[in-house]
Design a protein around this ligand. Structure first.
Ligand code: KG4
Ligand code: ZN
Length: 333
């Protein structure tokens, strides 16, 4: 069935049309209008600017995606969590389209979208139980899924998300927003053992994370030392984040024995993190199926919202257009 996905929860306006079946979810058309250049000079996303930019782009993008296409079976739209200024634009566009064309509507949780990003352009479906590490600019969570729609958060960050920590430390270094890709590029030719940064909560007997202290120790290091080699600094900082994410995930696999291990969200685009977690899972849990999205689907995109929506559409889990609400704090679990 054809599903239209709409995503506007942060700084990307994205619309995609997917063909989904039991064989997998395949992209027919997709478009992303990135707002990075608008927000760059402020060093982060400005909600009012984001809202206006989403409002400018959403209708032309939907028109472009649907041009010459038959009516989709359903519309899946991100209804939260995220910035209210962006969510309102996506949700209202979806409501209008649903009402005008009589297409059933599915509100999708953004985190659920990231999870299903591993099913885009992949012939294999997720097997359960699944353990998901969601690492993005707004979230760092370990989620255990017994089945579609049956999830529980087993660990989450107590303060900053991993991507937020990358972005804030990049700002301290004078690197442009978003900082994660910048740091990882510089880190590739640096020595990860040059500076010993703390590994917060690494040995705590839980699956929670904390990254605010790591950001502060990077700040103090830059205050107290002369930065001679930015590559070494980035490699050492990146390693501290990777060590914590990988060790906690491995410990959760050991406890919950998932059939599938998923890593998704913007930070999952980090090459060293992908390589390290994949290698450790292969060595320690060779029976677990490790799934990561294709790099282009790590960051926010509408294809993942359509892929998540598909599982609701199969169950006819639709919401009337006048009942759906944007919820910036939507907690899925
Ligand atoms: O999933 P996403 O697009 O938006 C949220 O839902 O938050 O994630 C964006 C985050 C940003 O913090 C960005 O710096 C980070 O993902 N990111 C990376 C890399 N690519 C993107 N962090 C580390 N290494 C990367 N290669
Ligand atoms: Zn996201």
């Amino acid at each position: 069935m054809k599903i239209l996905g709409i995503e506007s929860s942060c700084d990307d306006t994205s619309v995609a049309l997917l063909d989904c079946s039991q064989k997998g979810c395949f992209v027919i058309r997709e478009k992303i209008a990135s707002q990075i250049n608008l927000h760059k000079k402020y060093g982060g996303v400005v909600p009012e600017i984001a809202g206006r930019a989403h409002a400018e782009k959403i209708v032309p993008l939907i028109e472009e995606i649907l041009k010459g296409q038959p009516k989709p079976r359903a519309i899946a739209v991100t209804a939260g969590p995220g910035l209210i200024t962006g969510l309102l634009v996506g949700v209202q566009a979806a409501q209008t389209l649903s009402y005008a064309l009589k297409i059933p509507l599915i509100p999708v949780n953004h985190i659920e979208g990231h999870i299903y990003s591993v099913e885009i352009e992949a012939k294999k479906k997720i097997s359960f139980p699944a353990l998901c590490l969601i690492v993005s600019g707004g979230h760092t969570e370990l989620i255990l899924m017994k089945n579609h729609g049956q999830q529980k958060i087993i660990g989450a960050t107590k303060d900053d998300a991993a991507g937020e920590c990358f972005d804030k430390v990049a700002k301290l270094l004078g690197l442009p927003y978003p900082g994660g890709p910048q740091i990882s590029k510089l880190a590739a030719s640096g020595n990860a053992g040059a500076i010993i940064f703390p590994r917060p909560m690494l040995n705590d007997a839980n699956f929670d994370f904390s990254f605010a202290g790591l950001k502060t120790s990077a700040l103090y290091w830059l205050r107290d030392n002369q930065l001679k080699n930015i590559n070494d600094f980035c490699a050492s900082f990146e390693q501290a984040i990777i060590d914590v994410l990988v060790k906690k995930t491995l410990r959760a696999i050991k406890k919950y024995h998932p059939k599938t291990v998923i890593m998704a969200g913007g930070v999952s685009a980090n090459r060293k993190l992908r390589r390290t977690l994949e290698k450790e899972i292969q060595i320690q849990f060779p029976l677990a199926d490790f799934r990561i999205p294709q790099t282009e689907y790590c960051m926010d995109n509408a294809a993942m919202i359509a892929a998540a929506g598909y599982h609701h559409a199969v169950k006819k889990d639709f919401t009337p257009w006048n009942k759906i609400k944007a919820d910036p704090n939507w907690k899925l679990f």
